[in-house]
Ligand binder design. Structure first.
Ligand SMILES: Nc1ncnc2c1ncn2[C@@H]1O[C@H](COP(=O)(O)OP(=O)(O)OP(=O)(O)O)[C@@H](O)[C@H]1O
Ligand SMILES: [Mg+2]
Length: 588
């Protein structure tokens, strides 16, 4: 990603909008910043008075008084410093808290094609790491810069007021520090941007490998994945080392400038004091040495803080891009039918996932209410795609899908989906109890209802045999359950929602005959009295269906009952049946 040369004010104002709700915090911060400057300069000024008025004339009583006063001022100064750091961090976290909630609510609302092209790792980086970077704008960047600027301008004003001659020494050195700072800041900006990218790369990589851990281990890819990781890690390290390199050069340069300034002040100022010329006293020289430190120190660090600010802005830019993204499925339907009978028609559908490889061209299909339809066909023929379209996970390119004669776009997506239950090909369970995985925090479905439903579809016994029964935590992605068990749980999940239309995308993985029996029974129960579309891989489901649809490359080749289709000479279904199922029949 290229780094913007200019400071993006529009982005900055947008970010500041998030500070608005915390106005009081903001005002306190500004007041604290001003008071810190006042007290720290006052303290140094008291030092000058101590030297000139009490130390030189040897008035020790007065000296004690001034030192006590300095101590008092110091207490105020550190109190405000504490408040400043505390409030700035709180503000940062509050702002990020608000943005993160907005971001997450968006991240889970996009249409499927958005996720198809986004890497999970990157989205995680946006929601976690980038957010921290945005927080640091407030905790380490913005207000610190403002406070530093207030301090530096106050110091400059005091210097000029006290002695123009000594101020000129400082002004002579200042440009060198400014130039060095500027160069440093530019280099760091590029370096930090690289660091961010490498962090996102690391996140994506680790995330994906952990998701695909079985594939890695079964194919013995550990060594190769390790090597890949080493390369990414190396890039990450190098990106960081660059920043270390710039830091190591910059700070000695800044140190030399400070020392030269002190040297010049002592040499030139000391000469003036010795000659007894002008109003410059020993105290003034002390004060100038201190003030020059107060000027240079923030100046050195301001580069760092600007970087923090820039990094935060880069992160904010990425996060706002997601917030501005409106790749949602249009959800404008107002229709609220009381009952859905479940007549489904696909009319002249055209669809492609990527606008290149068309999956459907003039696809038509009618399913009557209560009908049980089995869809069979080779892999990649478009079976799952039919489901994706009916559930509006993807938008049609052309044509329309009707439920009970009404375009599904006329219904809200929520209503549409609440009337259709899906048992998908790849079952996903959350790291939660079986009960929560079934009801998905829908408060309307009580545990009694779940138990009753489980009994009806014949899986109650299987669940109660698990440790903790319905409260069994299946862990991330349902890792604690077998594939067959996960399927049974997802059957129940679909069933308790009492949909009008049930879709079952049968998994191809084979399971033991006991579970197979449970699944067959559960399947027959969940489709009872419902329009059901079953993408079938089991002979039993096919035989139990009212009509079979044979899909090939996005086209319906044959349609009819099992017996009808077997009668077609050289028919697709006949071939499929002979190849795939007749064997199965012999076994069972
Ligand atoms: N998210 C996606 N992005 C791009 N192309 C996709 C996507 N999902 C599926 N496809 C493509 O669309 C076509 C139909 O896929 P679909 O998943 O509908 O097949 P299927 O009939 O369900 O196959 P299977 O029996 O293997 O599940 C395939 O060519 C596939 O490559
Ligand atoms: Mg599929």
């Amino acid at each position: 990603m290229s780094v913007n040369k200019k400071f993006n004010f529009k982005l900055f104002t947008r970010l500041l909008n998030y500070v608005k709700p915390y106005k009081v915090n903001f005002i306190f911060l500004t007041v604290a910043a001003i008071l810190i400057s006042v007290f720290s300069i006052l303290n140094q000024y008291l030092l000058k008075i101590a030297v000139d008025t009490y130390i030189t004339p040897k008035d020790y009583e007065g000296l004690i008084l001034v030192i006590s006063l300095m101590f008092g001022v110091l207490i105020f100064q550190v109190t405000f410093q504490f408040l400043f750091v505390f409030l700035a961090n709180i503000l940062g976290q509050k702002v990020v808290y608000d943005i993160r909630i907005k971001l997450f609510s968006r991240i889970i609302k996009f249409k499927m094609s958005y996720y198809d092209k986004s890497s999970v790792g990157r989205l995680v980086t946006r929601a976690v790491n980038d957010m921290e970077t945005i927080a640091s704008i407030f905790s380490q960047g913005l207000f610190m810069i403002v406070a530093d600027l207030i301090l530096m301008f106050s110091v400059l004003a005091v210097m000029i007021f006290l002695s123009l001659k000594l101020s000129l020494i400082i002004f002579a050195i200042l440009p060198f520090i400014l130039i060095a700072t500027r160069l440093f800041q530019r280099a760091m900006k590029v370096a930090f941007n690289d660091v961010r990218n490498e962090v996102a790369n690391l996140n994506s990589f680790v995330q994906e490998r952990i998701s695909g851990i079985k594939e890695i281990q079964i194919f013995n890819r550990e060594k190769i994945e390790n090597e890949k990781f080493i390369k990414i890690n190396e890039k990450h390290k190098n990106a960081w080392l660059k920043t270390v390199w710039y830091n190591s050069i910059f700070f000695p340069i800044a140190e030399i400038s400070t020392s030269i300034t002190i040297g010049l002040l002592v040499w030139y100022g000391g000469g003036l004091v010795g000659l007894g010329q002008s109003s410059i006293t020993l105290g003034t020289i002390f004060l100038f040495i201190q003030l020059s430190q107060m000027l240079y120190r923030p100046l050195r660090q301001i580069a760092d803080k600007f970087n923090t600010l820039q990094m935060g802005m880069v992160a904010a830019n990425r996060v706002f891009k997601i917030l501005d993204n409106s790749e949602f499925i249009k959800d404008e339907g107002k229709l609220k039918p009381d009952i859905i009978d479940g007549n489904v028609s696909f009319k002249k559908i055209e669809f492609s996932y990527d606008s290149k490889n068309q999956v459907f061209k003039d696809f038509n299909l009618n399913i009557k209410a209560g009908e049980k339809v089995a869809i069979v066909g080779s892999t990649g023929s478009g079976k799952t795609t039919i489901v994706n379209l009916l559930l509006r996970f993807y938008e049609l390119d052309k044509g329309e899908i009707l439920i009970d004669g009404k375009n599904i776009k006329e219904m809200s997506i929520g209503l549409l989906r609440s009337n259709i239950s899906l048992v998908s090909q790849n079952i996903f369970l959350f790291a939660d109890s079986i009960y929560n995985n079934i009801v998905l925090y829908n408060k309307k479905i009580s545990i009694n209802k779940v138990v009753e439903a489980a009994k009806k579809i014949g899986i109650h016994n299987f669940i109660t045999k698990l440790p903790n029964s319905y409260n069994y935590n299946v862990k991330e992605r349902g890792i604690m359950l077998s594939e067959g068990q996960k399927q049974l749980i997802s059957f129940l999940r679909a069933y308790v929602n009492e949909p009008s239309i049930l879709i079952l995308d049968e998994a191809t993985s084979s399971i033991d005959s006991k579970t197979e029996k449970l699944i067959q029974y559960a399947t027959s129960k969940i489709i009872e009295n419902k329009t059901s579309i079953i993408i079938a891989h089991r002979l039993s489901t096919i035989l139990n269906s009212d009509k079979i649809i044979l899909l090939d490359k996005g086209k319906i080749k044959e349609i009819g009952t099992h017996d009808e289709l077997l009668k077609i000479d050289n028919g697709y279904y006949k071939k499929l049946f002979e190849l795939q199922f007749q064997k199965e029949e012999l076994v069972t």
